[in-house]
Design a protein around this ligand. Structure first.
Ligand code: SF4
Ligand code: SF4
Ligand code: FES
Length: 306
């Protein structure tokens, strides 16, 4: 379960966030794989009620070996991966007629905002709530394959533990230091152009897509290694967001120190996979370059300061 407490794992179908088979809220324009409704020929031709197959990589608990199970579900207009999982959870019987346990996954907002439902779908990492079945399985018998992200420990089935992702945000102090109950007065003013640059950075939903795609970011179940293992593109970009904030910049040196250390920005191999998969189109490589320059200047200044 995520450490921010925004997510749920509806192992019990009664806890599912939308009625079985009903469309759930969509944010269909945020991912390169998605086409607006009516413009994708596959979606236009998709037959309502056709049977499609969902193949799930399952795991009964941490450290247990994984296995595959396949289910058949009807596809409705607006069906997405989560609504298919809800149907399976309500009637967990495989295509071979074997009764099994309901699949477990993580989800929260169901509109591509919380980032908790990220999984690997047909080999590509993305949010399952915004993954439309009409696009991924437009024909009778089409198969959609679901796997948990590989860079985080599996808790069960498709549900992974993203704690390390949030730990990285703590490493770079990804916050504005204004906690307190007293009146701090007016905040500093900011130019609209400046706000615009930072706005897109602020849309990061800690989904983990950039980490799943990064060749430098590997599964690290040992928490003792988290402070020295590669921090990840999301944390580098959040360090930039808060360093460029007038008040947040009070912690700028601490953030640059963190990025200078082991597992910091120098571990980035510049493969640029991260920027290709970010569902929020955050310019991650631009952030990495900006923070790389800031770290260089910071280390030279530190050298002369002694
Ligand atoms: S640029 Fe490459 S190595 Fe660096 S964070 Fe992105 S995917 Fe990872
Ligand atoms: S930077 Fe993009 S891909 Fe990475 S965690 Fe944030 S929203 Fe997800
Ligand atoms: S459930 Fe929140 S992003 Fe999918």
């Amino acid at each position: 379960m995520s450490s921010l407490g925004t997510s749920t794992a509806p192992a019990d179908p009664k806890q599912a966030a939308a009625p079985v088979g009903q469309p759930v809220p969509q944010n269909a324009d945020a991912h390169p794989d998605k086409a607006p409704q009516g413009k994708n020929p596959q979606r236009r031709g998709a037959k309502v009620g056709r049977k499609i197959r969902i193949r799930i990589k399952r795991c009964d608990g941490p450290g247990k070996s994984s296995y595959w199970e396949e289910f058949e579900v009807p596809a409705y207009r607006g069906s997405n991966v989560i609504s298919c999982l809800q149907q399976i959870a309500a009637n967990p019987v495989t295509v071979d007629g074997k009764a099994t346990t309901p699949p477990v996954w993580d989800s929260g907002c169901l509109e591509e905002v919380c980032g908790s439902c990220t999984m690997v779908i047909n080999g590509k990492v993305r949010q399952s709530c915004s993954c439309l079945i009409d696009e991924y399985a437009p024909s009778e018998g089409d198969v959609v394959t679901l796997e948990p992200m590989s860079k985080f420990p599996v808790i069960r089935d498709l549900w992974v533990d993203r704690q390390r992702l949030f730990h990285a945000l703590k490493r770079v102090k990804a916050w504005v230091p204004i906690d307190g109950t007293y009146n701090l007065g007016r905040g500093p003013t900011e130019a609209p152009e400046h706000q615009q640059t930072r706005y897109v950075l602020s849309t990061c939903m800690s989904c983990g897509c950039c980490l799943e795609a990064c060749p430098q970011y590997n599964l690290e179940p040992d928490k003792n290694e988290w402070d020295t293992a590669f921090i990840g593109a999301h944390a580098i970009s959040q360090a930039r967001l808060f360093n460029e904030h007038e008040t947040g910049s009070r912690l700028k040196k601490d953030r640059l120190d963190a990025l200078m250390g082991p597992g910091g920005i120098n571990d980035c191999g510049n493969a640029q996979n991260c920027v290709k998969v970010c569902p929020k189109h955050i310019p991650l490589t631009e952030s990495i370059a900006a923070m790389g320059r800031a770290v260089t200047i910071h280390s030279i200044a530190r050298f002369f300061r002694g």
